[in-house]
Design a protein around this ligand. Structure first.
Ligand SMILES: NC(=O)C1=CN([C@@H]2O[C@H](COP(=O)(O)OP(=O)(O)OC[C@H]3O[C@@H](n4cnc5c(N)ncnc54)[C@H](O)[C@@H]3O)[C@@H](O)[C@H]2O)C=CC1
Ligand SMILES: O=C(O)CCC(=O)C(=O)O
Length: 530
């Protein structure tokens, strides 16, 4: 039975599938302090949060059973991703479910800002019929600068077009083609700053976007412009903004997010007549909260059940079409890594992976993680998984080098794993998927072989002399080890050769030692595969 803790208010309807799952127990405990969460997290396999719970390194470290942290929303700035990755905890989010809701909130804020709605409301219900103080502006024919044209930015732009606004947009990934399609003008940050009547930001908060609008930008802004932040506090420098409003550069600002949430009671935004605020309500609609909770619950279930999952923040993004090509190779890749590690006696300094054939044309990052996991598992055991395998390799100064060979002579696809050791030795294992035969190891060092990577294997290196196969068979038989299949590989008659045997059970160490005592036999190693 898996245990999942929901530590923020998350839609009940959205997490229904988790609650209905026979193999999952869901506990809801909201408003816990870091100490309280640290004390209980060890019991849980999964943790579901919104933006209130700060999932710190301390909580991750105490989560000894934790496999997944699910964020019912987009931003994961409340989750220590590095700590999660180190511990192999998958962090997933729900990037699509609250897009429209947040775009609509941005629009609500922009219109409220243009027409002073919150200020007028407050005055009206206070008993004053003031029609002079709240002269607004139209959106029509105004220039809107959109910084960040991802999911939300693009939806805001679409709505702005319907309002007759001209849109200048900037995003490092926005191409001319996409800008044309969206009906926006691809612009520079500087051009937006100097020319926009309204600016709205829709980027994540990163070292690059932190204070991307600050004193130097306000100094060159169009006088009387208005600014909206429904993305993340800190993208716009709050202090510099208040100065710019007081200097008459900025006519007004609408903020849903703050550098520190909730803001201190003396935060200047809370009393400034030209600033309107909401308490991080961008995603707060019934629809969005259900959507994100459904998405995140579904993925948490997949992760707990060891099934393929999507939207992992600390795992490479893989397009569905690429995933379809890669997925069949995940298990093979892990086995190739494992075989290579098991036959390598010395400390490894480099894992070289070559993808040949069709695999050379796709992004294989996810597959490489499985291979690296297979290599590291020999020494690190359960500590390593596909989330932390690259991190663990790096932290051990183990280089992972990937190459692509577009053409393969004999196979549609070929994955070759080479482990290079400190003392200059190399061990090579290559494998493929053969139609009708499944996973095959097709090369071991310089020898072509053809064997299924499963169960218990014995790798023997020997001299290609008559009688050696018989002697090995007899010795294993005498020790009650049944041979299921055997492959012999050699480059030249009478030269170096290898024997790869599949046997039915674990081979005791003393039998391996006896094997190495046979004439013309050099080494005998056992390889165990799940
Ligand atoms: N107020 C609220 O309740 C909500 C806030 N958000 C926040 O809104 C923001 C946008 O969310 P989505 O559109 O879903 O994310 P997204 O990932 O689809 O889009 C973000 C875009 O920002 C762009 N970007 C990154 N650095 C940039 C830079 N220096 N200049 C310009 N563009 C840059 C990226 O290329 C990307 O296209 C995020 O910060 C998210 O956390 C999201 C949902 C609700
Ligand atoms: O959970 C929430 O309401 C916050 C939404 C948000 O900021 C996000 O999804 O990035």
């Amino acid at each position: 039975m898996f245990k999942v803790l929901v530590s923020d208010p998350i839609s009940d309807l959205g997490i229904q599938q988790l609650m209905d799952a026979a193999d999952v127990q869901v506990d809801k405990k909201t408003g816990l302090s870091e100490d309280e969460l640290t004390a209980i997290i060890g019991e849980y396999d999964g943790l579901l949060v919104r933006s209130q719970t700060r999932v710190t390194e301390r909580i991750m470290n105490a989560g000894t059973n934790l496999k997944v942290v699910g964020r019912a929303g987009v931003g994961v700035d409340n989750i220590d991703l590095e700590a999660a990755t180190k511990r192999g905890i998958v962090v997933i989010n729900a990037p699509d479910g609250n897009t429209i809701t947040t775009a609509e909130h941005t629009f609500a804020m922009m219109i409220a800002l243009a027409r002073h709605i919150p200020q007028a409301y407050a005055k009206t219900i206070g008993g004053s019929w003031d029609r002079k103080s709240f002269l607004g502006v139209e959106l029509r024919n105004k220039t809107l600068g959109v910084m960040g044209m991802g999911r939300i930015g693009s939806e805001v732009a679409k709505r702005a077009k319907a309002f007759g606004m001209n849109i200048l947009a900037f995003d490092p990934f926005l191409t001319e083609e996409r800008a044309d399609k969206l009906g926006v003008s691809l612009s520079s940050v500087d051009n937006i700053i100097r020319n926009a009547d309204f600016i709205t930001v829709h980027t994540p908060l990163t070292p690059e976007t932190r204070h991307m609008i600050a004193r130097p930008q306000f100094e060159v802004m169009k006088r009387g412009m208005r600014i909206v932040n429904c993305a993340r506090g800190g993208i716009i420098d709050e202090r510099a903004l208040v100065e710019a409003i007081d200097e008459g550069i900025v006519a007004g600002a609408a903020f849903d997010v703050f550098e520190h949430e909730p803001p201190e009671s003396d935060h200047p935004f809370l009393t400034h007549p030209k600033v309107i605020v909401t308490p991080h309500l961008g995603a707060s609609t019934i629809e969005a909260q259900e959507n994100v909770a459904i998405d995140v619950s579904e993925q948490v279930l997949h992760i707990l059940r060891n099934e393929p999952f999507k939207n992992a923040v600390n795992f490479p993004l893989v397009a569905a079409s690429v995933m379809n090509k890669l997925q069949p190779y995940f298990s093979l890749g892990e086995k190739l890594g494992s075989v290579a590690a098991q036959i390598t006696a010395h400390a490894v300094k480099e894992i070289h992976v070559d993808y040949a054939g069709e695999l050379a044309e796709v992004d294989t990052q996810a597959l490489t993680r499985y291979i690296v996991k297979g290599v590291l598992e020999r020494h690190l055991g359960n500590e390593v998984n596909i989330v932390n395998s690259m991190h663990l390799a790096k932290s051990r100064d183990l280089h992972v080098v990937v190459s692509q060979t577009p053409k393969t002579k004999d196979f549609t696809n070929l994955v070759t794993v080479t482990l290079k050791t400190q003392n200059g030795l190399e061990r090579i294992v290559a494998g493929t998927l053969l139609l009708g035969y499944g996973e095959r190891i097709v090369r071991l060092d310089k020898f072509p072989v053809d064997i299924s990577p499963e169960g218990h294997l014995i790798l023997i290196s020997h001299n290609d002399k008559p009688g050696i196969i018989g002697r090995v068979g007899t010795l294993l038989g005498e020790n009650d080890v049944n041979i299921a299949s055997m492959q012999v590989g050699r480059k030249v008659i009478g030269g170096e050769a290898i024997m790869l045997l599949t046997v039915d059970k674990d081979v005791p160490k003393d039998v391996l030692i006896k094997l190495t005592g046979l004439a013309e036999l050099n080494t005998a190693q056992q390889i165990a595969l799940g």
